[in-house]
Design a protein around this ligand. Sequence first.
Ligand code: ZN
Length: 119
Amino acid sequence: MHPQLETLLEIQDLKTQRRELQETASERAMQEEVFNLGADQAIVQLDEKIAEMEDTLPTLTRNRYNRIASRYERVMVPVIGGTCYGCFVSVPTALSSDADRNNEVRACQNCGRFLYLID
Ligand SMILES: [Zn+2]
């Protein structure tokens, strides 16, 4: 997989974890046991890591990422059966072909989310 796509997936995963940390306040006691640090500290650390990873993206990708991230929770979505699973619109065959599978950074022409192909 293209390194930028891997970074984007990792950022998305970190953001999901951040959201879960915020949403599950009642489980904080358990999390503090698991992480050995408070949920607030964990969120600060996640934010630092997310910012650090965002900084590694080239300008063009980062600009697109920022646009998508301001509109959608998920910036990367899978293409399954030729359909973008962000907006459920068919993506052109050229985009969904597996000739150079996930070795390019591609975006849905309808919703703009980054795409990755899965089996
Ligand atoms: Zn789409």
